[in-house]
Design a protein around this ligand. Structure first.
Ligand code: ZN
Length: 232
């Protein structure tokens, strides 16, 4: 076996590792996207809960104000019984009317806050379900990612021994070419396709094609510099 054969095997190993890494990166991207979606619904839930709390606080304030109006009114009504002058009497009646009006206004506020609380609670129930769903999806995706990561690590360990052996079988020239081309072009080895380079489509001289086919030495494409191989 010559360089071309070792390189083809090496390429298979490296392709497999690259595919696995790409798949893992895809999983990582999915996981990140889902994580962002989860954060967004969690944020929406927190906002709705804050809205509910503020409606409840306003509701409690309204209840207190209504109670204050009621007790003031009772006090004025008691005072009515002991006033001496009509002026005082009229003044108290006015105070009572003011308390009645104020209490009515606060009752309106309380009614509004109750509607707001009801709406917020309905939204919270819905958004909380979304949050649970997203959390479940993230958990499932994380499990897939971890599983794939473990598989890749195991496969890498398994393949690295064979890879080292293949690299050791190459001539230094072939090894350097393979490493450099893999780093710069991604794909170091390309097949001859109908007399042309399978990487850059450079039209190869018939003599080059024959040499690649004979597999006596390593032939590089004159167009892109990649290593040419003959696929039977
Ligand atoms: Zn080429």
């Amino acid at each position: 076996m010559g360089d071309q054969d070792w390189l083809l095997e090496l390429r298979q190993v490296d392709d497999r590792l690259r595919d696995m890494r790409a798949r893992l990166e895809g999983r990582r991207a999915d996981l990140q996207r889902l994580g962002k979606e989860m954060l967004a619904v969690e944020e929406a839930l927190a906002q709705e809960q804050a809205r509910l709390e503020s409606a409840k606080a306003r509701h409690r304030e309204g209840d207190r104000e209504i109670e204050t109006c009621r007790s003031n009114r009772q006090r004025f009504e008691t005072q009515l019984l002991s006033v001496k002058t009509n002026v005082e009497y009229q003044a108290l009646l006015r105070e009572i009317a003011v308390m009645q009006e104020k209490a009515r206004e606060w009752e309106e506020v309380v009614l509004t806050t109750m509607e707001q609380e009801e709406a917020a609670q309905a939204t919270i129930a819905k958004v909380a379900a979304d949050v649970r769903e997203k959390q479940g999806a993230v958990e499932a995706e994380r499990a897939l990612f971890e599983n794939e990561r473990k598989q890749l690590e195991e496969e890498q360990t398994q393949l690295s021994a064979g890879r080292e052996k293949l690299i050791g079988s190459l001539t230094p020239f072939a090894r350097n070419k393979y490493d450099r081309l893999t780093a710069t072009k991604g794909d170091a080895i390309v097949p001859v396709v109908q007399g042309s380079c399978g990487g850059c489509h450079y039209n190869l001289p018939p003599q080059t094609v024959n040499e690649v086919r004979r597999n006596a030495r390593l032939i590089l494409c004159e167009g892109c510099g990649r290593i040419l191989v003959w696929l039977a």
